[in-house]
Design a protein around this ligand. Structure first.
Ligand code: NCW
Length: 476
């Protein structure tokens, strides 16, 4: 640690995050049935090199070892997701054997002194529910609330932090508009209906959890961005930035915190029937007070409406994943606006490294949403993929990832100094894992996983992060 460390508030929660389908493997063990990601991974060309989550990091069988690893790295909290298709394989009927896995995981975490943080939905809808229309079907929201209650009955005595959804933007727009995530549909109207039903599912689940447990810390995790016009003096670019901010950030933040969809977004998508999905009373359910907001931040957007000379970020992502299909845009409200590179250094995903955007984002949230609501923010994900090169012992000296974490933690510290109530940081990810349509080619882990042997080796960034967590301070 340097001589001028930046101290974090006492009790700041340091940890790491994962998601069920990305790490567990054992895809059909203990009664688990297909989720939409099992199905999608079988579609030729959907996932790079035909990879899937059948084995992943074999965490389902190695969870004790992984908890010991976290303890050795000074993690104070661990954010994981439960697989709905493991716990309720047909989407509606509890599967005691599947639920028992998470009960054992929670016990192991508590015994290691690590706070469990449970995310109910990280993109792996039971296929049986997709067969009935998936998130485009309003009924799925009610099934989600039932699932939340089942999980609370099993784990609520030991888990305090509950996140309903992870990144509903990805579920709705990458899954139902761009078609590059499961279920792979390219239906803009369904994507907007899915966005609303995801929010409704969140609200119904939160209401149920609140009824069952007055002490629970309830939240939702959004992937949020800062959308800047490429040229602030260009009317088209400014309109584009407004549209992308609307469809990325405010489409979720405004219903959650203000009980309404933004008027400009409703006008942008008037032809796509979002209002038809909204029924009386929905927005009251969606906007019930929460205890925290989870923020996932990876990069900002530089938005232009200039005629296409550069690929959109989603096209660039798909090309980097080796996809042969040309994806549709996830931005159904974009009207020609696209997010384009601005020449900053990029990670292995092609995502620009923009830590100052995180400080601006946190200040904006504090001013417009979480501050007025009087609730804290937790960074529930932040991290970077890089093309790691292990030495003979499997060690990766990942100085770029380490610098990414350092710069973003300095930005978080800056936001706290500005007066934003940030209470914790959960690095993405504990382990290298199945990176969705990129398969195993993109590695976000603090810990390297050798997929041939399942050996875990902490990278240089993990050792650095462990020292940060122990010191509750980040080098300046
Ligand atoms: S893909 C994605 N990620 C990565 C994933 O591993 C994790 O499960 C997610 O929670 C790392 O963190 C999240 N996020 C999608 C970011 C948006 C991509 C936007 C492309 C279109 C413009």
């Amino acid at each position: 640690m340097s001589s001028n460390p930046l101290p974090f508030p006492q009790g700041f929660l340091w940890g790491a995050a994962t998601a069920a389908y990305q790490i567990e493997g054992s895809a059909h063990a203990g009664g688990r049935k297909d989720s939409i990601w099992d199905t999608f991974a079988r579609v030729p060309g959907a996932v790079a090199d035909g990879h899937n989550g059948d084995v992943a990091c074999d965490h389902y069988r190695r969870y004790k070892q992984d908890v010991a690893l976290m303890k050795s790295l000074n993690m104070k909290a661990y954010r994981f997701s439960t697989s709905w298709a493991r716990c309720m394989p047909d989407g509606v009927t509890p599967n005691p054997e599947g639920i028992a896995f998470y009960s054992s995981l929670v016990d192991e975490l508590l015994a290691a002194g690590i706070t469990p943080w449970l995310t109910l939905y990280h993109w792996d809808l039971p296929q049986a529910l997709e067969d009935k229309g998936g998130w485009a079907n309003r009924d799925t929201a009610y099934r989600f609330a039932e699932y939340a209650a089942v999980m609370h009955e099993a784990l609520g005595d030991r888990v305090r932090f509950w996140t309903t959804l992870n990144e509903p933007w990805c579920s709705a727009f990458l899954g139902y508009a761009a078609g590059i995530h499961a279920p792979g549909r390219q239906e803009p109207r369904s994507a907007l209906a899915a966005a609303h039903h995801l929010l409704l599912g969140h609200g119904l689940a939160a209401r149920e959890l609140r009824r069952l447990d007055a002490d629970a810390a309830l939240g939702i995790t959004l992937n949020l961005t800062v959308a800047d016009p490429r040229d602030p003096d260009n009317d088209g670019d400014r309109d584009g930035a407004r549209r992308i901010d609307g469809q990325f950030n405010r489409i979720f933040l405004d219903p959650l915190f203000k009980g309404e969809y933004p008027a400009d977004l409703l006008a942008d998508v008037a032809h796509l029937g979002l209002d038809e999905a909204v029924q009386a009373g929905d927005l009251d359910i969606i906007s019930a007070p929460l205890d925290l907001l989870g923020v996932n931040y990876y990069h900002g957007e530089s938005v232009t409406k200039d005629p296409a000379d550069l690929p959109t970020s989603v096209e660039a992502d798909a090309a980097a994943a080796g996809e042969s299909r040309r994806p549709a845009s996830p931005f159904v409200a974009a009207d020609g606006a696209r997010s384009v590179p601005r020449g900053l250094p990029v990670t292995g995903m092609g995502w620009e490294v923009q830590p100052e955007g995180l400080r601006r984002l946190l200040n904006r949230l504090h001013a417009e949403y979480t501050g007025p609501a009087g609730i804290p923010v937790y960074i529930t994900e932040n991290g970077a993929a890089y093309p790691d090169v292990p030495d003979e012992a499997g060690f990766v000296d990942d100085q770029e990832r380490l610098a990414f974490f350092a710069a973003h933690l300095q930005a978080v510290h800056g936001a706290i100094t500005d007066g934003v109530d940030v209470r914790g940081y959960l690095a993405w990810s504990l382990l290298d894992n199945f990176e969705w349509s990129f398969g195993y080619h993109q590695r976000f882990g603090l810990v390297r996983v050798d997929y041939g042997t399942q050996e875990r080796v902490p990278k240089a960034s993990a050792l650095w992060y462990s020292a940060v967590a122990a010191a509750n301070a980040v080098p300046d």
